[in-house]
Design a protein around this ligand. Structure first.
Ligand SMILES: Cc1cc2nc3c(=O)[nH]c(=O)nc-3n(C[C@H](O)[C@H](O)[C@H](O)COP(=O)(O)O)c2cc1C
Length: 352
């Protein structure tokens, strides 16, 4: 199998040979710079992909539902490996015990959908989410299996949002105790009829759950999504003049605007704890927003209302513009570095 490293080295050699006339030597994509984008372009050519093929670049959304926490744990791990925004599907009615009385509620929900899959009334209500799908090329659906079908709440989400996922690259992760996942994949294809399903769905079950990290690593390698360690621009956060944290930077108008500003000078601001899940503070100036409804993960850096920067050490679902993600820390290390719950800190943002 050709590894990414080998592809990259070969691409760099080919870079000098492929330049069209009138362009800088090595500027394969004609954007007047010779950079990683040109190497990716050459890799695409080597892999026989057209330069504009969706998914080789572009943003990724992870949409998940989790009732007992297994899928939540998978997504926590996945979000440290793939450059992605995350959205959690939540039931409108909280506190239902789907497994009570020999799984009575859970199986009634699945039967209702199975009996009338085209009737909106068959689907249990979920909390509304406003997602700007024009921002995403790739969508990863992570869901539990219920009675061999896709969990009912995730089916509602896809029933409502599936039409907006037309032509997106769709990848799937399914978690079950032991049942096979073919019918869950069939549910997704029914609910996203015009999705471009890529790769094989990843099946995580009670037998292989302990190997989740390795399973995700191998699976991601088969997909055309951008992984965190392929992101080249780094954002640094210096806390109270001491600890310096490193973050990957998202690829969107808000993150680009912040990076542009940081090329001129670092930005320092004071941040305070809020809601037991974040440190937030005003940047003293505004940046372009690209807000989307997101369930934040520990380490996420988000622009809020255009002029506040939020660093998360817990989860919250709201509309933010993603800026980046702090790398390589456990939640406890992150909380210690951010002095979570200990009052105001001074944060200096820089790109070197
Ligand atoms: C209502 C319900 C029905 C389920 N049906 C099955 C099943 O038919 N086969 C199976 O292997 N697991 C079944 N499970 C177990 C889940 O698929 C499994 O525990 C999954 O990892 C749960 O993910 P979560 O913790 O993110 O909710 C069921 C769970 C629930 C709540």
């Amino acid at each position: 199998m050709i590894t990414k490293k080998l592809l990259t080295v070969t691409a760099m050699i080919m870079l000098c040979m492929l330049t069209a006339s009138g362009q800088k030597r090595g500027d394969v994509n004609g954007d007047n710079t010779v950079d990683v984008a040109d190497i990716n372009e050459v890799i695409n050519i080597m892999l026989g992909k057209t330069p504009d093929e969706p998914g080789t670049q572009g943003r990724t959304l992870i949409a998940y539902y989790s009732y007992t926490g297994n899928v939540q744990a998978i997504v926590n791990q996945l979000s440290t490996m793939v450059e992605a925004d995350v959205v959690e599907v939540l039931p409108a009615e909280e506190g239902l015990q789907y497994e009570a009385n020999n799984y009575a509620i859970g199986s009634a929900l699945i039967s209702a959908i199975r009996n009338a899959p085209d009737d909106p009334a068959s689907y249990p209500a979920i909390k509304p989410t406003r997602i700007d799908y024009s921002q995403y090329d790739n969508i990863i659906i992570a869901t539990p299996l219920w009675w061999s079908q896709m969990a009912a709440l995730m089916q509602t989400f896809l029933f409502e949002h599936g039409p907006q996922m037309a032509d997106k690259n769709i990848a799937m992760i399914v978690s079950s105790a032991s049942s096979g996942i073919n019918s869950v994949v069939a549910d997704a294809k029914r609910l996203i009829p015009d999705g471009n399903f890529v790769g094989n769905a990843l099946w995580i079950n009670d037998g292989n759950r302990a190997n989740t990290t390795a399973l995700l690593t191998d699976w991601i390698d088969t997909l055309p999504f951008i992984t965190s360690n392929e992101m080249t621009t780094k954002l640094y956060l210096t806390i109270d003049g001491g600890t310096k944290l490193t973050a990957t930077v998202a690829d969107n108008v808000s993150a680009n605007a912040l990076v542009e500003a940081l090329k001129h000078a670092p930005i320092s601001y004071e941040a305070h704890d809020y809601g037991n899940f974040e440190k937030v503070g005003a940047l003293g100036r505004s940046f372009t927003t690209c807000d989307t409804y997101i369930t934040t993960q520990p380490g996420d850096i988000m622009l809020y209302q255009g002029n506040n920067l939020v660093i998360f050490y817990g989860n919250n679902s709201w509309e933010y513009s993603p800026i980046g993600k702090i790398e390589g820390l456990t939640i406890d290390e992150l909380k210690a570095a951010l002095k979570a719950g200990q009052g105001n800190i001074n944060i200096t943002l820089s790109i070197n």
